[in-house]
Design a protein around this ligand. Structure first.
Ligand code: B1M
Length: 215
């Protein structure tokens, strides 16, 4: 198989054997680290999602796919270009919402923001509104980042926004993840919150929006 067809196969098959070498080959051919992730690797992950949906993969196999993706992302992480601007532009408290374990997208947001002038406090997965509130009070971030991939996570984000508001917090929120849309964010989450709430379709779009909020 040509390289661009081999790369998604590692994710679909959930295997790391040869992955490192093929990523090196992609890099040596001039592909940018983020393009490797957003292109062939994400396309493999999209196929995994479809196969899983069709019951052609079980959770254990999807976990292997996630492991392969994580290995690729950690190999590429040190190579992600930083803006060169070393000043700290802001601070994000970042979390995958309560009830949700998906963290690959969240981790990408962490990598990209950390490499572009933001301090990121990553609370990990299944983060309750209470933990978020406590951390926001302690860390005093300039932005809150919420990730969630399950349909129920979209609803959980509404609850989280309500809880933050009740705690008197109005720090801008950025949300992202497969189950969300701009429309849902604008119509369902934003009205429940006092501060701005914006939707990012991917991690790079997230960086753009975060930069805009800090201008
Ligand atoms: Co799960 N899973 N999963 N899963 N899984 C999905 C989300 C699903 C769509 C698959 C499917 O059925 N087609 C489906 C959800 C269906 C729904 O809710 N309607 C699903 C399901 C059902 C489940 C379980 C319930 C399965 C089960 O146990 N029966 C279970 C849930 C457990 C739980 O959360 N409580 C489960 C478990 C898992 C694994 C653990 C096996 C594994 C996750 C491993 C891990 O993350 N450590 C897993 C995986 C890998 C997936 C799929 C296949 C891939 C997700 C992924 O990592 N994508 C996924 C199918 C899919 O999404 N197509 C699926 C790559 C990642 C880079 O993309 O996270 O979308 P993503 O991030 C993107 C953007 O969304 C955005 O930027 C990134 C790109 O740059 N973004 C942000 C994300 N967060 C952002 C935050 C921002 C800004 C942008 O600012 C703060």
């Amino acid at each position: 198989l040509p390289l661009l067809e081999r790369l998604p196969e590692y994710i679909i098959e959930g295997t790391k054997e040869g992955l490192k070498e093929d990523i090196e080959e992609a890099l040596s051919e001039g592909m940018a680290p983020l393009d490797i992730i957003n292109g062939p690797l994400m396309s493999g992950m999209a196929t995994v999602g479809e196969l899983f949906n069709d019951n052609q993969l079980i959770v254990a196999e999807v976990l292997q796919s996630a492991e392969a993706m994580k290995a690729a992302v950690s190999q590429l992480e040190p190579l992600m270009t930083s803006s060169g601007d070393k000043s700290v532009k802001g601070k994000m408290v970042l979390a995958t919402v309560k009830g949700d374990v998906h963290d690959i997208g969240k981790n990408l947001v962490d990598i990209i923001l950390s490499n572009n002038g933001y301090e990121v406090v990553d609370l990990g997965i299944k983060v309750t509104p209470q933990t978020l509130i406590e951390t926001v009070r302690k860390e005093n971030p300039t932005i809150i980042g919420l990730s969630g991939l399950l349909v129920k996570s979209a609803q959980q984000m509404v609850i989280t926004a309500q809880d933050l508001k009740e705690a008197g917090i109005d720090t801008p929120i950025i949300v992202g993840g497969a189950a969300l849309t701009r429309k849902f964010t604008g119509n369902k989450i934003a009205p429940e919150y006092d501060g701005p709430v914006v939707y990012a379709k991917d991690a790079m779009n997230g960086l753009d929006l975060v930069n805009q909020l800090h201008d």
